[in-house]
Structures are given as structure tokens and as C-alpha cells.
Write a protein that binds this ligand. Structure first.
Ligand code: GLA
Ligand code: ZN
Length: 672
């Protein structure tokens, strides 16, 4: 199901149960302030379980009815949550299995919030019951827009039930214990198992080092969570088949394969908390957020996503929580829209008087009024989003895909190799993303299971593990004319982390026309460099030494005992090409190499010659209407040269050739 709403959403988390005794004052004022701030959606019920089910089996929806009715009466849509992100104390007392067990096999006690076991039959039953009741009760309510399932699903549990499910997962994957022993290379250190009953979750008490065992546990924990999500949404799907389902994600959070979860939901949504500092550091922050937005859109199969949370001013959990400079909140909101979001939502609408989040930014902060700078800035975002209504539902049409795969990350970070668990996978992918932005290209994030056939270029940095079918897919992609850019450590191991050998070669070898002989790990005091097109570049951290079969050399190392060995190659394969970057270098090389390769592949940037610190993205409506978003991620003014006159979608004014941009700002342009 595709989520679609004719406007951009503007709103946030709303927790009126914290003001239950002030319904006549606070609740009323909330609605008035929401209208003033141009808010058209509020997310409710996220942590409301103790108020919806005050005793086991005793439900009270009366207050929620009032909230839903208030929203409807004020033209506000409800993003209605299932409450499983936190549970009532009575539940933990009565059904202790709902709580998690740590990797040290200690039973957690009641408290905190995300503290549930996703294999507890009691929890499944209670969640199913309350979700069924919520869906039954509000299925025809005019305010109901979508389901916000749970909150920031995370982490694993080591209880006996999770252990049993892990064994079942292993049985299903490997069939026999011999297959498992072979796959996990259990002939090493006498780790051979004689039956599935012997398998337990890894932990610092026992297995900490067998990479395949650790990866299996991560995969199982992720699958178990996705399965729990399916359990949660079963009653919602049955009772409200037309109401889209989402759950809020946390960008690169490593505990869960977000693509797998994304494939189970209708619209991707996520919580964005950039560490704005109000100075030149914000450019890096803005670029990281851009990467996160694109990744979260990718998880949702490139459809419009939602920025489900963001702070309308400071947060309270960064190491230091400065105020946001005026204009930052507008930039943060429009940046999300620029990268494909259909919403700007905040945590939270009204701050609580107590609790750990009393100082977290809120549309209505601790003053309890609308006379704050934050409120005015939020209202400005609301007004701007109204002007940009036409953007709602539009999608990207990028020709470049960039691979970021959770299994690759788990595998790379788990490997005992070059820099022992510090291989910097996330940063490496992000570095490519940043340079694409610098060069003016838009990009879609994909994983190894995504359909890549429609792209012209695929960049797969550090694609260490070849998940089932990925090698074949890469071959077909390049054979059919695609350009593949890949790097060091790609295709080292199969889906079970067993290294490829000459007798069982990596699919990357054939496509790239070379194979790896050795790989060097450099520390930051080892100087080495290479030269390409007469320009000198630094060799940093990783240097692979390869033998070429059919590939051609573009650049060779200039130092160390491997001077003259190739470090940058290209191989013609079918109708396409594969570029192989065997060395980690600095941004100058990534920028030069991408510029060269994308030019060879005949791809035009969205805007050419963007000044440093600015980048562009595009969104298209089905009828071809195009929106071009130009971002200035710096605290300096920038002048962007446009190839033609365009219309500013917010003001309706024409912009001729020169687009003047203020610090941290987004311009939304349309063709005229
Ligand atoms: C997360 C949670 C919210 C809130 C915010 C605070 O994203 O989902 O409930 O705690 O952080 O930044
Ligand atoms: Zn458990």
C-alpha cells in the first residue's frame, strides 16, 4: 500500500495523557496552538499503555476518544501508535517474561521503556489484544491517518525462549547440524556441535569470536524483531486494511536490518536528531543528515518517507545541547523534504513538566505558551509547508544507486581483519554520498536485495559479503551496460563469511577483471601515495594488492614495497564497466574519480558547478512536475548559478540565473 496525503504533514508526538487533569485548559489550548502553528497531524498513544489498559484486561479508551475527537474537530490527522514501546508496571509484575534478559543472562526488571522480549508469548498476546482493540475502536474514526507501530524497535534478548527461537532459526537455515558446522567453520577451536540443542546466543560469557556465529545471532535477532512487527500489525492489517503502517527508525542503527523491516511496512519513517552547533561544523552535520534521509528513503523503497521526529529546538541527550540558531529548524525541516520526506514532525508537541525529557525541545516548551522563538519558528515551517503542498507524494528519479547493507556492515564490523572491528563501513559509504552531493548528483540508497536493474551506476563500497543472488545480480547489471564502482574488501566472503578461494572465486573477480592477493592495513603515521592523471593522492588505512586478469590500470601505488602495483582499475564487462578502487584515500580522490566515472557514464548532475557546501536534489510528481531543492549547508551566504530561470515554489517569484542563498537554507525551485 502506498501512503499518500494531499498535503505535507506537519506535527509531532503528542502525549496528552501527561495532562489528564487539565483537559479543560491544557488540552483546549493544545488544539488552539496546533492550529496557530499550522499543524495538521499529531502522533498519539506512543507511550500510553498504562492509561489505555490500567489493569490487566481492563481498558479505558474514553480519554483517547476525546483526543481523537478533538483532533478531528480541529482538522488534525492522528498518527495513532500501538503502545508496545513501553509497558505498564502491572504487566511486568504479572508476566515477567515480557522483560528482556541481558547477554550476561540477567533478568531485567521493570523500568525504562524499550525493555521487551520479542519472543514472550505473554507480550505477543497482550500486544495483539490491545492493538486489536485500538483498531476496532478507531477504524472508522475520521482522524485516523496511519499506524505508528511501537517506537524505535531495538536490541536483542537472551532469554530461554529467544535461545530456543535462535535454534529454530538455525534449524531452518541449515537443515542439519553438519551443515551448520561447515558454514560456521566449527572445525576451528573444537567448536563442532553435535546437535542444535547445544547452540546458544553469543555473549562475553562464552562465544565472542566466531564471526559466523555472531553474524547468525544478529540476523536472527533482526528477523525475530521483524517477525514481532508482523505480529503487531496482523490485527491492524485485518481490521484496517487501508490504513498505512509505519514504525519509526533511527538512521544507521545497527541492531536491525532496516531494509527487511522496511519491506514489511508501507511507509518508512525516522527520527532525526542532528547535532547542530551553529558554526562551520554544521556542514558535516547537514551532510550526515542528508545521507540519513536518503538511507531512510531507500529503506522505504524510494517512496516518500516521513521525518517522524526531530527537535523543534535543542535536544537534551547529546553531550552538549546548544540552542539552535534562528533558521536552523526551518532548514532541518526543508532538508527532510528535499531528500524525499512528506513530513516535518517533532518530538514533541508539548513538553512534560517532569520526567527526563522536560528540557527536550518542544513546540510548546516549559513556558507552556506560544510566545517563544521556537513556537514562531515552528509556525514559519508550517506556513512554508503549506506553500509547498504540491511537493506531497513526489518521488526521486535518481540514476545512481549507493549500496548500504546491514549484513555487509555486520560482517565487516565483525571481521577480525585489517583494523580489528574498526573498518569504518558507515563512514566509507557516507564519504561516497557526500562527494556525489558535492558533484551535484542525487542518489538512491539500496541493499544487496534491492532491484538495481533500473540504475545506470551502482556504487558498492566495501561490499564485503555476497548475499544470495547478489553476485549474479551484479554480473547482469554490468553485462547489460551498468557501471559498477566498487572498492577494497568487496566480495571477500560468501553469505556465511567463508572466504572465496581460487577454486571458488568471488563473483567480483570476474566483473572487476582482477583478484586480490594481499591487503595492507596502514596506520595514520605511514605515508604512502599514488598518482592519477598527474595528481598525487594519499593512501590511507587500506591498500589492496591485486593481480589483473582482464582489467586495465588507471593508477598505481607510488610508495612502499608495492610501488607500481595497480590501485585503481577499470574492466569492460559485457556492455558495462567495473571500476575498482583498491585503496582508501581522501575526499579529493573520491571527488575526482566520481566526476570522471560519472562523466564517462554520461550522467548529468542536477545542477553543475555548485559552490562548496551546497547540493541539489530533485523530486518528481507523476505528471512530470519537477522540484529542484538546493541546499546551503554552511553558515555563509552562497550564490548558485542556475542554467535557466526557475520559479521559487515558496514565494512564487522567478529566480534568474543567480540564486542567492542565506546560511543554512533550502531553495525549492520549479521549471517555468
Ligand atoms: C526518540 C524517541 C522519543 C524521544 C526522543 C527524544 O527519538 O522516539 O520518544 O525520546 O528520542 O529526542
Ligand atoms: Zn527473550
Amino acid at each position: 500500500m502506498k501512503f499518500h496525503y494531499p498535503e505535507l504533514l506537519h506535527g509531532g508526538d503528542y502525549n496528552p495523557e501527561q495532562w489528564m487533569e487539565q483537559k479543560d485548559t491544557i488540552w483546549k489550548q493544545d488544539m488552539q496552538y496546533a492550529r496557530e502553528a499550522g499543524i495538521n497531524t499529531l502522533s498519539i498513544g506512543i507511550f500510553s499503555w498504562a492509561y489505555l489498559e490500567p489493569e490487566d484486561g481492563v481498558y479505558d479508551f474514553s480519554w483517547m476518544d476525546e483526543v481523537m475527537d478533538n483532533l478531528a474537530a480541529n482538522g488534525i490527522k492522528a498518527v495513532l501508535a500501538t503502545p508496545s514501546g513501553a509497558r505498564p508496571a502491572w504487566m511486568a509484575r504479572k508476566y515477567p517474561s515480557v522483560l528482556r534478559v541481558t547477554e550476561n543472562r540477567l533478568n531485567n526488571v521493570f523500568g525504562g521503556r524499550h525493555n521487551a522480549c520479542y519472543s514472550s508469548p505473554d507480550y505477543e498476546r497482550k500486544v495483539t489484544e490491545i492493538n486489536t482493540r485500538l483498531a476496532e475502536r478507531y477504524k472508522d474514526h475520521p482522524a485516523l491517518l496511519m499506524w505508528h507501530v511501537s517506537n524505535e524497535y531495538n536490541n536483542d534478548c537472551h532469554c530461554p525462549r529467544c535461545q530456543e527461537r535462535f535454534r529454530d532459526w538455525c534449524r531452518a537455515r541449515y537443515g542439519t547440524i553438519e551443515n551448520l558446522n561447515r558454514a560456521w567453520w566449527n572445525s576451528f577451536w573444537s567448536h563442532k556441535y553435535s546437535c542444535f540443542e547445544e547452540i546458544i546466543s553469543p555473549s562475553s560469557l562464552g562465544e565472542e569470536e566466531n564471526v559466523a556465529h555472531l553474524l547468525a545471532w544478529r540476523r536472527f535477532s533482526s528477523d525475530n524483531l521483524v517477525r514481532f512487527f508482523q505480529t503487531e500489525i496482523a490485527p491492524l492489517r485485518r481490521i484496517t486494511p487501508d490504513v498505512p503502517v509505519t514504525t519509526n527508525l533511527m538512521n544507521t542503527f545497527s541492531g536491525l536490518d532496516y531494509y527487511a523491516l522496511g519491506r514489511a511496512m508501507d511507509v518508512s519513517s525516522w527520527d532525526n536528531y542532528p547535532d547542530w552547533r551553529g558554526d562551520e561544523r554544521d556542514l558535516k552535520t547537514a551532510r550526515i543528515s542528508a545521507f540519513h534521509h536518503d538511507l531512510m528513503r531507500g529503506v522505504g523503497d524510494q517512496k516518500p518517507f516521513l521525518m517522524m521526529e526531530s527537535s523543534p529546538s535543542s535536544v537534551n541527550w547529546h553531550t552538549i545541547n546548544p540552542l539552535r540558531k534562528p533558521g536552523t529548524i526551518l532548514y532541518q525541516g526543508l532538508q527532510a523534504i528535499a531528500h524525499g520526506s512528506d513530513s516535518v514532525q517533532y518530538f514533541q508537541f508539548r513538553a512534560g513538566r517532569g520526567g527526563s525529557e522536560q528540557y527536550h525541545g518542544a513546540v510548546i516548551d516549559r513556558t507552556g505558551t506560544n510566545r517563544t522563538r521556537t513556537f514562531r519558528e515552528v509556525a514559519e515551517v508550517g506556513a512554508t509547508l503549506k506553500q509547498l503542498k504540491g511537493v506531497a507524494g513526489s518521488e526521486t528519479r535518481n540514476q545512481i544507486a549507493l549500496l548500504y547493507d546491514w549484513h555487509v556492515r555486520w560482517a565487516v564490523e565483525g571481521a577480525w581483519m585489517l583494523h580489528r572491528h574498526h573498518e569504518r563501513y558507515v563512514e566509507t559509504v557516507r564519504d561516497f554520498h557526500i562527494e556525489l552531493g558535492r558533484l551535484g548528483y542525487g542518489v538512491d540508497m539500496v541493499d544487496e536485495l534491492s532491484d538495481i536493474s533500473g540504475y545506470k551506476v551502482l556504487i558498492a563500497p566495501m561490499a564485503y559479503i555476497m548475499r544470495p543472488g547478489f553476485g549474479e545480480k551484479l554480473k547482469a547489471f554490468v553485462e547489460n551496460g551498468g557501471t559498477l564502482i566498487t572498492t577494497y574488501v568487496s566480495g571477500y566472503v560468501n553469505d556465511e563469511l567463508l572466504t572465496y578461494m581460487d577454486a571458488d572465486p568471488s563473483p567480483i573477480n570476474e566483473i572487476a577483471g582482477r583478484h586480490v592477493d594481499e591487503c595492507d592495513a596502514l596506520d595514520d603515521r605511514t605515508f604512502a601515495h599514488f598518482v592519477w592523471n598527474g595528481k598525487k593522492y594519499r593512501v590511507k588505512e587500506v591498500a589492496e594488492l591485486s593481480t589483473l586478469t582482464t582489467a586495465q590500470t588507471l593508477a598505481v601505488y607510488a610508495d612502499r614495497f608495492y610501488a607500481t602495483k595497480p590501485c585503481f582499475t577499470v574492466n569492460g564487462y559485457g556492455m558495462g564497466r567495473c571500476y575498482y578502487i583498491a585503496v582508501r584515500t581522501d575526499e579529493d580522490f573520491l571527488n575526482d574519480a566520481l566526476r570522471y566515472i560519472l562523466n564517462e557514464a554520461n550522467l548529468q548532475p542536477i545542477l553543475p558547478k555548485l559552490p562548496e557546501g551546497t547540493w541539489a536534489t530533485e523530486r518528481y510528481q507523476e505528471d512530470g512536475t519537477r522540484f529542484v531543492f538546493v541546499q546551503n549547508g554552511t553558515h555563509e551566504k552562497k550564490t548558485v548559478m542556475l542554467p535557466k530561470a526557475m520559479k521559487d515554489a515558496v514565494t512564487g517569484k522567478m529566480v534568474y540565473e543567480q540564486l542567492e542563498m542565506g546560511e543554512l537554507s533550502v531553495a525549492v525551485l520549479m521549471d517555468e
